[in-house]
Structures are given as structure tokens and as C-alpha cells.
Design a protein around this ligand. Structure first.
Ligand SMILES: Cc1ncc(COP(=O)(O)O)c(C=O)c1O
Length: 415
């Protein structure tokens, strides 16, 4: 246990100590790192960091009353994201600290909406596909709700018949993901929304990972289904700006087809000495830097910039997928439409391949169902794609020949 420091220390000494301490940390945007990180080049990073730094101490809790510039960025960002996700007139959104909070706020909004529109009297339930993000379980713990997580996921997408069967008198919400975290595909949002409508349920789309990919990717890939407000039954969408929008960390949005539904996620309180306290999310203090960073990067790149990045990554993904599928015994899982995907093997132990690739200093992810290696790609991987695929081929052949055994490493998402 560390005691409270008794003496002052100089910043240069502390800085040196911190630089030493971080020397073993993952270099998130290194071209050998395929773990979740969002990098669109040094110029974009500079914009994200400098704009964050300009507002590093401003508290977005007070944007409306004290920081008109932050309030302007927030207002403009809502319009920008509504436009991106085909929101009709009357749609809007609010900002949160990340995807987990956005999904949690979607659950709260649906829960409060259901009190007025739904007759169930027990614990409110939501039905989610097997592949949905664990943030829904976290939301259920906080909001005293229940998650019914489907067990079946044929071809990784949701089993629609099982989803409908799981609906009870207490179900208030269905969730689709665009994409779910692991495999990069898009859930059949239109079909799920039809089920939601038929049963009078709230339809939420978790597009934390894909909200800034799919609108651009759909221009180049006609197999990507509609997933946003153009599906008339979708009531809310969570979308992270600190992922593929390339903002600095700490900002996501919960977008609503009907912006008046934001009243359901607002907490207002007046009966204390401080006066009216009213926030549209879970957070109190929020980083002004994250808002400034999102506003700056989105305006820096524009539609043109994101479109170019997405096209470039589609081509890079093609190279990875073709290269992986060409290696004996390996196969890409599912139909990745975004930039995180997984591959496994029915012939040999893919975790042994993962161990050996890590020994060659590749930083990769793992998934469990089925056992697989997970890659998230970004533009820095152009320089290492050939070397990665060549190492993968060599290592896979050695594992297949029985020359490498797996260490006892489990798949861990986060602890
Ligand atoms: C699909 C999806 N939803 C929600 C989240 C949670 O986002 P955050 O880690 O920003 O809370 C993630 C994170 O990767 C995600 O991939």
C-alpha cells in the first residue's frame, strides 16, 4: 500500500519517473499493435490532442452557463451526428463519457418511456443478442433491470426467432449492434425493429464501434444493411466519438429519434442549497477537452476525410482477409463489414498461433466463441501487413505440424 507523499517533488523528476514507468506500456498506435485503438495518422492525432489541450480544464457540466464555445460545439455536434445517422426532423442527442454510459442511458430512456407506454409491471427486461456488449449488463445492475441474453447466434448474427420467443410481458427494449464488438458484422436492424414495433418495444442500436464507419462504408459495400434512423423503428443509437471518429478519449453520444425523449434521461433536482441541478446523462463534471477534440477532428476531416479513411481501410481489410484465408487451416469468421475481425482454425489450436505471434512482438486480441485471434486495423498497418501475414503463415504451419503448443492464456476483454 502506498502512503500519501509527505514531501514535494520536482516535475522534471516525476516526469522522468513516469516516462520510465510507461516504458512497458502498449504503444497503442504502433504498427505492430492490433488491439483496440483508433489511429488515423499523425495529423489527425495532433488536431485531437491540441484541441483537447485547449479545453483540458473547462468543465462541460457548465457549458451552457459558462462556456458558450463548448455549448456551440455540443450543439453543432448534435446536428452533425443527426445528419450522419439520417435522423429525421425532431431528432437530437446528448453526450456521455463513453459507449458504456450511452448504452446505460439508452436503457434508462427506454425504462422511463415504458412507464408511460407499456403495461408490464415486473422488472423491466431487455433482449440482446449473444454478441451484445457487456455494458448492457452493467446498465441492468445500475438501473435494476434484467438482460435476457440470447444463447444462440447462428452465423454470429441474432437468431430472430429466438429473440421474439424471449419477449415477455416485462420486455421493454430490443438491442441490435452495428457492429457487435467481436466480429465486425451488422445485426439485421430492420428485422429486429419490425419485431420491436410489433410488440410495442423500444429499439436501440449500439453503434458505438461502427457509427463513424458504416455510413461511409455503405457507399462502397452494398451488403451492409441499413442500421440507423433510416430504419423507421429505431428509437435510439449509441455512437462513440472516441473510437472511429478519432476524438480524444471521453466522449460518446446517445442519439434519439425524438429529441423530447431526452427528458427521460435527464435528472433535475432543485431541493438543495445549490439551486437547479439538471443533467442529461449520468456524469456530473465532464471533460471540455473531449467535446472540443470531437468538434475539431470532425471538422478537420469532414465527410471527405472519413470517406477516404474508410475506403483505405476497406482495401487494407481485403488484403488481411484474403491473406488469412489463403493460409492453410485458417479461416476468417463471419462477414466483417467494419475494421475489427476475427479468425480461427478448425484444424489446430489458434491460441497457440496467438502465443507464437505474440512472441514475435505482434500485439493481438483474442475471442472465445469460437476460439479466435482478433485484429483491429488502422492505417498504420499498411506498413506491416505483409510481414504480419508472412509470420502468420510460418507460425500456423509450425502449430499445425505440432511444433508449438498453447500456453495457458485465456481470452480476456478487460478486467
Ligand atoms: C459495440 C460496443 N458497445 C459499447 C462499447 C463500450 O464503449 P466504452 O468502452 O467507450 O464504454 C464498446 C467498446 O468497445 C463496443 O465495442
Amino acid at each position: 500500500m502506498t502512503n500519501f507523499p509527505s514531501h514535494k517533488r520536482g516535475w522534471s523528476e516525476l516526469k522522468r519517473e513516469m516516462n520510465e514507468a510507461r516504458s512497458n506500456d502498449l504503444i497503442w498506435n504502433n504498427d505492430r499493435t492490433f488491439k483496440p485503438a483508433y489511429f488515423a495518422g499523425d495529423d489527425v492525432l495532433e488536431v485531437a490532442q491540441e484541441s483537447y489541450h485547449m479545453y483540458i480544464n473547462e468543465n462541460a457540466l457548465y457549458s451552457k452557463t459558462s462556456y458558450p464555445s463548448l455549448y456551440q460545439y455540443e450543439t453543432e455536434l448534435v446536428g452533425i451526428i443527426v445528419d450522419l445517422l439520417n435522423g429525421p426532423d425532431g431528432s437530437g442527442g446528448t453526450f456521455t463519457s463513453g459507449g458504456t454510459e450511452s448504452n446505460l442511458m439508452a436503457m434508462k430512456t427506454a425504462r422511463e418511456w415504458a412507464k408511460e407506454h407499456h403495461s408490464g409491471s415486473g422488472t423491466p427486461e431487455i433482449v440482446v443478442p449473444r454478441t451484445a456488449h457487456p455494458s448492457f449488463e452493467k446498465g441492468a445492475a445500475v438501473l435494476e433491470m434484467k438482460v435476457v441474453r440470447l444463447q444462440e447466434s447462428p452465423n454470429l448474427t441474432v437468431d430472430l426467432a429466438a429473440m421474439e420467443k424471449a419477449i415477455t410481458a416485462n420486455t421493454i427494449m430490443l438491442v441490435g449492434s452495428a457492429p457487435p464488438y467481436n466480429y465486425g458484422h451488422t445485426d439485421p436492424v430492420t428485422a429486429m425493429g419490425a419485431i420491436a414495433q410489433q410488440h410495442g418495444l423500444w429499439m436501440h442500436v449500439d453503434s458505438c464501434l461502427g457509427g463513424f464507419i458504416l455510413p461511409f462504408a455503405r457507399e462502397f459495400d452494398s451488403t451492409i444493411p441499413e442500421f440507423d434512423f433510416s430504419v423507421s423503428t429505431v428509437r435510439s443509437i449509441s455512437v462513440d466519438l472516441h473510437k472511429y471518429a478519432y476524438s480524444a478519449k471521453g466522449i460518446s453520444a446517445l442519439m434519439l429519434r425524438d429529441k423530447t425523449h431526452a427528458d427521460y434521461n435527464r435528472t433535475s433536482f432543485n431541493d438543495w442549497p445549490g439551486g437547479l441541478y439538471s443533467t442529461p446523462n449520468l456524469s456530473g463534471s465532464r471533460s471540455g477537452g473531449a467535446i472540443a477534440s470531437a468538434w475539431a477532428v470532425i471538422n478537420y476531416l469532414g465527410w471527405e476525410g472519413y470517406r477516404k479513411i474508410v475506403l483505405d481501410l476497406i482495401q487494407l481489410r481485403k488484403k488481411f482477409l484474403a491473406g488469412i484465408n489463403a493460409i492453410a487451416g485458417l479461416r476468417v469468421i463471419g462477414n466483417p463489414q467494419t475494421f475489427q475481425f476475427a479468425f480461427g482454425s478448425e484444424e489446430f489450436d489458434i491460441y497457440a498461433v496467438a502465443d507464437a505471434m505474440e512472441d514475435l512482438n505482434w500485439k493481438i486480441g483474442r475471442a472465445r466463441e469460437p476460439h479466435s485471434i482478433q485484429l483491429m486495423i488502422n492505417s498504420s498497418h499498411h506498413s506491416t501487413a505483409d510481414e504480419f501475414l508472412s509470420d502468420l503463415e510460418t507460425v500456423s504451419a509450425r502449430v499445425a505440424a505440432g511444433n508449438i503448443k498453447a500456453r495457458d492464456i485465456k481470452s480476456v476483454y478487460a478486467t
